[in-house]
Design a binder for this molecule. Structure first.
Ligand code: C5P
Length: 224
């Protein structure tokens, strides 16, 4: 491993998977994220020598061997609390989680019943943006975001990089073949000074390439 691609002695915090926003004791709002990409990145970061903390939403995945610490969470608010509790010791934060944009304004402690008054109307409120919040901290780790886009990938991704003040953003195009719950993925890597396409590959292989690029950018910034 070349000096630029090793993460020996580097603390990496990764969030992964979906979040579930409970409506009542039996129902929730969720999304199709499998967590596979985040877990593959965790495995690749371990292989590169990093000390890895993994904050996982509800996923059916085993912890990759060598991950120093895994924290399981369910909702966006729980994920935010777990990330903020771990971020002080982190050199790099990689936000792969598909955090729900909204949660219900009022959780119902009792199961919502069907009845003559018809379907309930759920009021939604916005969840905090964990990635933007970490990027706004001072001091802050090297911050890597993800973006799943259905159209104008590069354009939307660059706007996100700037808006959320990220060091690096990995964008993918979501369709039936490539994307959020698929086994293969392709990524457009974007940073303030340029971009690079990482071609479609199995998530494990792509994760190794991505971690090598993250390490190179991280070391380049540290040396600047
Ligand atoms: O704005 P958008 O949801 O597309 O941004 C995606 C990126 O932001 C991902 O890295 C995701 O983990 C992160 N994010 C977050 N908290 C949110 C929404 C998105 O950390 N509430």
């Amino acid at each position: 491993m070349s000096p630029e691609t090793t993460l020996a002695g580097v603390a990496v915090l990764i969030d992964a998977g979906p979040t579930y926003e409970d409506i009542d004791p039996v129902r929730f709002l969720g999304n199709r994220s499998s967590g596979k990409m985040g877990f593959a990145i965790a495995a690749a970061a371990v292989a590169a020598g990093a000390n890895v903390t993994l904050v996982a939403g509800p996923v059916a995945l085993a912890t990759p061997p060598g991950v120093a610490r895994r924290v399981d969470v369910r909702s966006a608010l729980e994920m935010r609390a777990a990330v903020l509790a771990a971020v002080n010791g982190a050199d790099i934060f990689i936000a792969t989680a598909a955090v729900a944009d909204w949660r219900v304004a009022e959780y119902s402690a009792r199961k919502i019943k069907k009845g003559p008054s018809g379907a309930p109307v759920l009021e939604l409120i916005e969840n905090p943006d964990i990635l933007a919040e970490v990027a706004a901290r001072e001091p802050r780790p090297f911050v890597v975001g993800f973006a799943a886009e259905t159209d104008h990938v590069a354009e939307h991704a660059r706007a996100k990089l700037v808006r959320k003040k990220l060091d690096l953003l990995a964008a993918n195009h979501v369709d039936e073949r490539v994307g959020i719950s698929a086994d293969d993925n392709a990524l457009e890597l974007i940073w303030p000074g340029g971009s690079e396409t990482l071609p479609r590959a199995p998530k494990a292989e792509l994760a190794r390439t991505l971690v090598a690029r993250i390490a190179a950018h991280y070391h380049a910034r540290a040396a600047a």
